[in-house]
Design a protein around this ligand. Structure first.
Ligand code: NAP
Length: 310
């Protein structure tokens, strides 16, 4: 271990609490967005779930529309082979986006819908597809300009009373959009994009709000959807080179360093992996043992911005 590597005590097998709501997830969450494209058979899907659990990644992030409304079903089918696994995991899913799809013939155009009727319909469909009695955390996928916050808060309360959903949150919401709902129904998280190649949440108040409210953000596309490894524009090359050079010093892979950079933020983010590969999952979990120095964190920010901080 080098002098700059500080061991921390985050145990990947222990759940972490997201906010005063008491919602709990594993410190690294497994994302299922790409599962349909993986082309796995049911045994391979089950094996992937088991590998996640073995690594302490016990929370799984879904949305009704992943894989053109098929991924929840693919996951539920695997779970049905080993139903006891459900007790060892937390399921997050999202609703509120209506995609035009042969599987949803009622959707004429792509739009957002947070009405009681739509949210209730989505929750029932997700529970059926996931073959679960409850959803641990339900998120509104994107802000709905037509949202009635009181109607949505009442819908959440009824879903909780019915035992269908334990906790609620939002995704991709601005600070004012989150605050409007949070005042009516305490939320667990804002699931947002953040990576060394996507810095917006650092500057637009989104992460400040998370720190302020004590509400841990979930982070999607922590590897910029893989572009951190593959893109060859000047910015990506700078960021990759800086993370690799830090990785040599910390004795960690590029992937681990990208996760460590995210985890260093005081909002205590919970990154969602997007990979099917066990090694990528292991590298993500390895970041829980690293803590970057502030200067090292800023060196990645500088590489991304292409200039020193003002
Ligand atoms: N709330 C939202 O609006 C929202 C939006 C997007 C995503 N999400 C959630 O966040 C999760 C993660 O998002 P994401 O999939 O974009 O995350 P990501 O981790 O940034 O990207 C995953 C992609 O990176 C690739 N990758 C990993 N390591 C690589 C390497 N060394 N070289 C080349 N490619 C590599 C993976 O391929 P391999 O499988 O081959 O490793 C995979 O295709 C999703 O599953 C979903 O649950 C939420």
């Amino acid at each position: 271990m080098t002098q700059t590597m500080i061991e921390t005590s985050v145990d990947p097998a222990r759940l972490v609490t997201l906010s005063s709501t008491g919602a709990q997830l594993s410190p690294i969450v497994a994302g299922t967005w790409r599962m349909a494209a993986w082309g796995l058979n049911v045994d391979e899907r089950l094996r992937w779930i088991e590998q996640c659990l073995e690594l302490g990644i016990t929370s799984f992030d879904h949305a009704d529309l992943y894989g053109d409304y098929t991924v929840e079903e693919l996951f539920g089918e695997a779970l049905a082979v080993q139903p006891s696994l459900r007790q060892r995991m937390q399921i997050v899913t999202k609703c509120g986006i209506k995609l035009v799809s042969a599987r949803r013939p009622g959707h004429a155009i792509k739009s957002y819908d947070t009405s009681a009727q739509h949210v209730n319909t989505c929750v029932d469909a997700s529970l059926r597809a996931l073959r679960s009695e409850h959803i641990d955390l339900l998120l509104i996928h994107r802000p709905d300009s037509l949202m009635d916050p009181q109607e949505l808060a009442d819908t959440f309360q009824r879903l909780r009373s019915a035992g269908k959903v334990l906790h609620f949150g939002v995704s991709n919401h601005s600070p004012s959009q989150l605050a409007m709902l949070h005042r009516r129904m305490p939320l667990a998280t804002n699931q947002i994009e953040l990576s060394p190649l996507q810095l917006q949440a650092l500057d637009d108040g989104t992460l400040d709000q998370c720190v302020d409210l004590g509400l841990r953000p979930m982070i999607w596309s922590a590897l910029a959807g893989g572009r951190l490894f593959t893109d060859s524009d000047a910015r990506s090359l700078r960021v990759r080179s800086q993370l690799e050079s830090l990785g040599q010093r910390y004795g960690a892979s590029l992937l681990t360093m990208a996760y460590a950079w995210i985890l260093r933020h005081p909002s205590r983010p919970i990154p969602i992996t997007g990979s099917r590969r066990p090694q990528a999952l292991r590298d993500a979990v390895a970041a829980l043992r690293l803590r970057l120095s502030a200067e090292d964190w800023y060196s990645v920010l500088e590489a991304s911005a292409g200039r020193p901080v003002p």
